[in-house]
Design a protein around this ligand. Structure first.
Ligand code: BEZ
Length: 202
């Protein structure tokens, strides 16, 4: 099995954390892959038409994308923990956290591209501010609903990866300020070996 990968991508990190927690990380070959919106990677376009990271190739050649689908596939291979609750409210809480965290990441990654890849004279300040408002409101939601961050699920893993990405790319926006419960939760959760082994790198 192959994971098309960048050590900076928080969506890749989510898959890797799941793989470590499920005991299958050693079964996955990492394929370093460069993705920049202004320079389409045509070779990678033959693997996945969206040219987004991550993509996952099974041994039979089937390519899965995107991270939402790949995480669930990795969970289906688990030799240990199960990360997607099968039924009931536990499932909806986990999936809701997953969606919220991916929303934080979509906004944060797009804003990162806007402010670091787009030429300075073309940058759109009001657009970036609108994206970062989504991030801030989602963080406030998590602070208000910190009791939902229970246990190890795809939901809590995704929240951890989103907060880790903010530390990595937005050190000048101190998300912990005014959110002590979320900060305390992350302090403890990020000590998991699966998180320590997957700290993002440029
Ligand atoms: C980043 O460098 O921030 C990044 C890289 C790949 C995917 C998403 C974000």
């Amino acid at each position: 099995m192959k994971l098309y990968y960048s050590p900076a991508s928080p969506f890749v990190r989510k898959v890797l954390v799941c793989a470590h927690e499920c005991g299958v990380a050693n079964d996955i070959e990492l394929v370093p892959t460069k993705v920049v919106p202004s320079e389409p990677n045509r070779e990678y376009g033959r693997v996945t038409p969206l040219m987004k990271l991550p993509a996952f190739e099974r041994d039979d050649g089937l390519v899965l994308f995107d991270s939402i689908v790949i995480c669930e596939y990795v969970d289906s291979l688990s030799k240990g923990a199960r990360l997607f609750p099968a039924t009931g409210d536990a499932r909806w809480h986990a999936l809701r956290l997953h969606a919220l965290s991916d929303g934080i990441l979509d906004a944060a990654v797009l804003t990162r591209y806007e402010n670091h890849v787009r030429p300075a004279e073309l940058r759109w300040k009001a657009w970036s501010e609108g994206q970062l408002l989504k991030v801030d409101q989602a963080l406030d939601f998590l602070e208000a609903n910190v009791r939902d961050l229970e246990g190890l699920t795809i939901g809590t893993i995704s929240v951890g990866c989103a907060l880790g990405y903010l530390d990595f790319r937005y050190p000048d926006r101190p998300w912990r300020q005014g959110r002590p419960k979320l900060a305390a939760w992350y302090e403890s959760f990020a000590k998991r070996p699966s998180f320590e082994k997957t700290v993002p790198k440029a």
